[in-house]
Design a protein around this ligand. Structure first.
Ligand code: C2E
Ligand code: MG
Ligand code: MG
Length: 732
């Protein structure tokens, strides 16, 4: 193709950079006729002048535009273009010339490789381009060889020519490209939605992957469709008229598989093509939210039982007390404590303890109404708040229900475990109007309940405070005494009434207290039972006393008292056999004294433990006989080796026939069942004489000796055995 007809545009030193087809007119004027101008000619000159001025103004105006501007005539020849136009197409600018056809400049440009889009289809590209030129209105993009992108906007003019605008949109294109890259490759699910109706225009790969929708499925959805159905009612609120401004709000979305996720939403306004749109990024925070919820839950709940913890109970109680001021309803706080949890935990292991706590939680909850709150305050301490506690009768019945529910045996490791619970109650407003006061007073009442024999409930009374403090003091002192070896075992002899000889000794615990002298076991054994010390103390007595007994003459037996509480804790058989093994004492020399209270529980396991201990050769005695309930039926339950008639009957012998009758009856029963009968608390000769006369086998009492330290045992033996029958003279 020849380029001959193309001339370089005239480079003008003038400011005007607009190339204009009026050059020829001007040239003609300069060479115009010298003859006097006719009017017509004058007129024409004026018009030319005007036209030239107008054109100049037009040139200046066009030059001021930021876009490239080009005007072509109906044949597509250059008429006018501004500098910006020449700058945009600077590689082809040398070809622009008035009267030159755009098509020809294109062809040269294409041949030079100025239009990369034309590569490989050059002629077709030119045809298409020229075709577009003469459409009424056209807008398209064009890439040129230096990598820039030009937006072409062309209109036909009334005379069939073309006015074209050129805008360099390279930067925009770059931004779009980086946006696309950021969008597409972003690991965060993203959606571009139409601003008007939230229709989804595009979604990135992460969104498709995470939500599980296909492109086609999403293309028919709006962002609103992704919301959890439960939130649809609040969508207006959610978007609140500012649909494009979200920064971290949490929404619930539904994935293709219908699972719900929590997403943090970030959004900003963009335009996609010509469409006003919003870019949404949805960060899945389901796991984080679940973890946060878990943390919040754990901060307020006890991990083992799922009950409210102390913090949460306080909070709920505070709220309840605040609302009580309006409603006037009564509130009751119940503190619940197991009477023997610590020992179960210590002896059966923590897993068993945990299982017990979980089971009893279910029972406590089963005893409550919907509005009541149950909480675990720690260890085996529980609390219950009754919301509408307007009648003491109702409160008492809830407390009793809880006590009864917990009294049923628990199954732990295939063992039936018995516990009892004590309950302390404080009422609002009478016992306090703050959470703190109510919890404290319910706790004091609980202490009282424990002191009153456990397994019961007590209401708070003002004077409990003093009593409880004294009680707490003695508990800690007992603990200290046990730990520091401050508990002593004394031995009281048992004497064969016929011969006057010592048949054995009963181990009786002594607590020498620095301020109070000897504290009697009747006072501190119940405390030990309550504060979890009974097992270690009993086992200490078993071990030490068995050890001591090995130094005595072979025919002297050893009697050890066993609290019913010790049986509840378990492992009694093991404790007994270990004590025997460790000391080497013959099992036949050991007697365990139990009381009716143990059999009262009517538990199979107690009887089987007794049988297994007995199978070792150890003897079992029924202590304090006659003081219990229906004593005779208990004698049928287990073949006791010995019955110890309680000292209260012996001391009554001299005052009437009633005690004598009872003793006679027991004697008859014992002999028919083949049991040894021992009388406790013999203090006088006449008591001894009566007992001997009715055939009582054995006696124990101050008449012979009080309980003495182990060092005195040989002396007692000497004194009593030497004295023989008529033992009063042998009193030690
Ligand atoms: P118990 O087993 O019936 O022990 C007999 C109690 O009667 C002892 O009281 C003893 O000192 C007292 N006693 C003996 N002879 C006479 C007498 O002639 N006149 C009077 N008035 N009392 C006499 P102690 O030592 O105060 O023990 C009281 C209770 O404490 C015991 O009654 C027993 O149930 C319990 N106990 C003592 N040591 C232990 C122990 O190591 N473990 C357990 N679980 N309980 C123990
Ligand atoms: Mg006893
Ligand atoms: Mg007794």
């Amino acid at each position: 193709m020849s380029h001959d007809f193309l001339r370089k545009p005239q480079s003008s030193s003038s400011r005007s950079t607009v190339r204009l087809g009026l050059h020829r007119v001007r040239a003609r004027r300069r060479a115009g006729p010298k003859a006097t101008l006719s009017d017509d000619a004058k007129h024409l000159a004026e018009r030319l002048e005007n036209a030239e001025r107008t054109n100049k103004q037009l040139r200046e105006a066009i030059d001021m535009l930021p876009q490239g501007v080009v005007v072509l005539d109906r044949e597509g020849r250059y008429v006018l273009w501004n500098q910006q136009y020449a700058d945009i197409y600077k590689r082809s600018a040398d070809l622009f010339e008035i009267g030159v056809r755009l098509e020809d400049t294109l062809r040269i440009g294409v041949a030079r490789g100025d239009y990369p889009e034309a590569k490989g289809r050059e002629e077709q590209w030119i045809v298409e381009r020229v075709k577009r030129l003469f459409q009424a209105k056209d807008r398209h993009e064009q890439w040129i060889s230096d990598g820039r992108c030009i937006l072409i906007d062309e209109r036909l003019t009334s005379d069939g020519g073309v006015v074209g605008l050129r805008i360099d949109i390279s930067e925009l294109k770059e931004r779009e490209a980086s946006f696309r890259m950021l969008f597409e490759a972003n690991p965060v699910p993203m959606f571009v939605v139409r601003k008007s109706d939230k229709g989804i225009l595009s979604a990135n790969a992460a969104a498709l992957r995470h939500y599980g929708f296909t492109v086609e499925e999403l293309s028919t959805k709006t962002l609103l469709d992704l919301h959890h159905p439960d939130d649809h009612a609040y969508l207006d609120n959610l978007y609140g008229g500012k649909a494009e401004e979200f920064a971290g709000q949490t929404w619930r979305h539904i994935k293709a598989d219908q699972t719900s996720i929590d997403v943090a939403i970030y959004s900003s306004s963009i335009t996609q093509g010509q469409t006003p749109a919003i870019l949404f990024a949805a960060i899945d925070i389901t796991e984080r939210k679940a973890a946060e919820a878990k943390v919040a839950y754990l901060a307020h709940h006890d991990a083992l039982t799922g009950l409210a913890n102390r913090v949460f109970l306080r909070k709920r109680l505070d709220e309840l007390l605040a609302s009580r001021k309006r409603s006037g309803n009564g509130v009751a706080v119940l503190c619940i404590d197991l009477d023997n949890f610590k020992v179960i935990n210590d002896s059966m292991g923590h897993a068993a303890g945990d299982s017990l706590l979980q089971q009893l939680t279910t029972r406590i909850q089963g005893s409550l109404r919907k509005d009541d709150i149950a909480a675990r305050l720690g260890g085996d301490e529980f609390a219950v708040v009754l919301a509408n506690a307007n009648h003491a009768v109702e409160v008492s019945s809830v407390a009793q229900r809880i006590i009864d529910a917990l009294r049923e045996p628990f199954a732990i490791d295939d063992q039936a475990v018995n516990v009892t619970a004590s309950v302390g109650i404080a009422l609002c407003p009478s016992d306090g109007e703050t959470a703190e006061a109510l919890l404290k007073n319910a706790d004091l009442a609980l202490y009282q309940a424990k002191g009153d024999g456990k397994g019961c409930y007590r209401y708070f009374e003002a004077e409990m405070n003093v009593r409880v403090q004294a009680r707490r003091k003695i508990e800690s002192e007992l603990h200290h005494a046990y730990m520091s070896g401050g508990l002593e075992i004394h031995y009281q002899p048992l004497v064969t009434l016929n011969s006057g000889e010592v048949s054995g000794f009963e181990a009786l615990l002594r607590w020498p207290h620095s301020e109070r002298g000897f504290i009697p076991p009747s006072e501190f054994i119940p405390i030990a039972e309550e504060c979890g010390l009974i097992a270690p103390i009993t086992d200490f007595v078993l071990h030490r006393a068995c050890q001591d007994a090995t130094t005595w003459p072979k025919k002297a037996r050893l009697a050890v008292n066993m609290s019913p509480q010790r049986f509840r804790i378990g492992n009694v058989f093991q404790a007994v056999s270990e004590a025997l093994k460790a000391s080497g004492l013959e099992p036949e020399r050991l007697e365990l004294e139990i009381t009716e209270a143990l059999l009262l529980e009517n538990s199979e396991s107690v009887l089987s433990i007794l049988h297994s201990i007995r199978s070792l050769g150890v003897r079992i005695s029924m202590d304090d006989f006659g003081t219990g309930y229906s004593s005779l039926s208990y004698l049928r339950m287990f073949p006791f080796d010995k019955i110890k008639i309680d000292g209260s009957f012996v001391r009554g012998i001299g005052f009437g026939t009633e005690s004598q009758a009872i003793i006679r009856a027991i004697m008859g029963l014992g002999s028919s069942l083949g049991m040894t009968i021992t009388a406790e608390g013999i203090e006088t000769e006449s008591e001894q004489a009566f007992l001997r006369a009715v055939g009582c086998d054995e006696g124990q009492g101050f008449l012979y000796s009080k309980a003495r330290p182990v060092g005195d045992v040989p002396l007692i033996l000497d004194a009593l055995n030497a004295a023989g029958i008529g033992a009063a003279s042998g009193q030690f």
